[in-house]
Design a binder for this molecule. Structure first.
Ligand SMILES: Nc1ncnc2c1ncn2[C@@H]1O[C@H](COP(=O)(O)OP(=O)(O)O)[C@@H](O)[C@H]1O
Ligand SMILES: [Mg+2]
Length: 353
């Protein structure tokens, strides 16, 4: 009887401990969510061929956890042609970023010089809605590189030591799947040192790890296949980026609010998808100074809704006309002006108080 009881309590203890350990495992949730692991492995093999399996070897839990952040070139619909204006940026990015990455995707030998390889760090900066993410996607699609879309939240883990393991996994996975782009949107908020003591400690350990891994990409080690892993950062606040990061983001491209001629091109690009469209893009471009690309997209969307209302009330087919987009102007305030308006309202409030 005694033996049975102790066996039973031993078994209970074993299962309770096992469940507790499982609950405490920070990778548990992601592991369970990772139902599409085999579908993603299939995509990888389709893209890089069966020989990639040898290079990949056994993936660890942290690398698998990043599977959800992987985007493959055939899943991206943005081409360089969809991006209106930004002629200088597109030309330079094609020559200095896309071309070397494409060469490394095609397995072409670099011409003996590292100067021909893709830079390991590229920064896209400028106001929101000016096409930075679009360009990043177009680079991934055009080059055939795997796109690892990293969010600050997926790296900053509350578990001590976890963040550095995730950082290591980002690089090891990118190297295994190379050519690859590690895309960090809002890179200014990534690794920003935050308030509390623990945050600060985690953040500086993570920063040091990340920088060491990044420097590894620049090293001569054949493991790193120089130039085939690109870190691409985008930000609206370049001045907030950590100094050490900024130094490594050696190629920087500025994205401004679009000029008149750029607005014409952006409107053409946005409206090219609208089947019945009779919009004078020159006239709209004249009236939209200060509008970003995404403001222009919202404007066209609003115009289409107004056109739809007209079509329903007149029982006619929907045709998007210049007047619809002009009426939409009343509803869509460009983000830049909205901010200014609110800032002056805030100042007025403060003065009144
Ligand atoms: N140059 C552009 N040409 C066409 N559409 C644009 C352009 N810039 C922005 N857009 C539109 O605005 C949206 C947001 O752009 P995005 O690239 O995400 O801006 P950012 O990353 O600079 O904040 C895009 O999905 C697109 O519809
Ligand atoms: Mg963006």
């Amino acid at each position: 009887m005694k033996v049975t009881l102790s066996c039973l309590s031993g078994a209970v203890l074993y299962f309770v401990t096992k469940e507790l350990v499982k609950m405490m495992d920070p990778t548990r949730r992601e592991d369970e969510q990772n139902v599409n692991k085999s579908a993603i492995m299939k995509r990888i093999v389709d893209l890089r061929g069966k020989q990639v399996l040898q290079r990949i070897g056994k993936l660890n839990a942290y690398e698998l956890r990043l599977f959800g952040d992987l985007v493959f070139p055939d899943q991206i619909s943005t081409d360089f042609e969809d991006i209106g204006g930004l002629l200088d940026q597109k030309k330079l990015i094609r020559e200095t970023v896309l071309k070397p990455l494409m060469d490394s995707c095609e397995g072409k030998e670099e011409s003996g010089s590292k100067l021909f390889s893709a830079p390991s760090g590229v920064l896209l900066y400028g106001p929101p809605g000016t096409g930075k993410t679009m360009i990043a996607k177009a680079i991934a699609k055009g080059s055939g590189a795997v796109f690892l879309n990293i969010k600050a939240s997926s790296v900053q883990d509350k578990w001590y030591g976890e963040s550095t393991k995730i950082a290591r996994a980002i690089f090891s996975l990118a190297i295994k799947l190379a050519p690859a782009i590690i895309f960090i949107d809002e890179i200014d908020s990534f690794l920003r040192e935050r308030g509390g003591l623990t945050d600060h400690e985690v953040s500086s350990a993570l920063k040091a790890e990340f920088l060491a891994l990044w420097d590894g990409l620049l090293s001569d080690s054949p493991d790193y296949q120089n130039g085939s892993v690109l870190i691409l950062g985008a930000t609206n606040r370049p001045s907030d980026i950590d100094e050490a990061f900024l130094r490594r983001l050696s190629r920087r491209f500025k994205f401004d609010l679009p000029s008149l001629s750029d607005r014409i091109e952006i409107l053409k690009a946005i409206l090219s998808k609208e089947s019945d469209c009779k919009v004078d893009v020159d006239e709209i471009a004249q009236k939209t100074e200060g509008y970003s690309g995404s403001d222009l997209r919202e404007l066209c969307r609003m115009g289409t809704m107004i056109a739809e209302q007209d079509a329903v009330s007149g029982s006619t087919p929907r045709v998007l006309r210049t007047t619809h987009v002009i009426r939409a102007l009343e509803h869509i305030v460009p983000a830049s002006k909205f901010k200014q308006q609110n800032r002056s309202r805030e100042t007025t409030l403060r003065v009144t108080l």
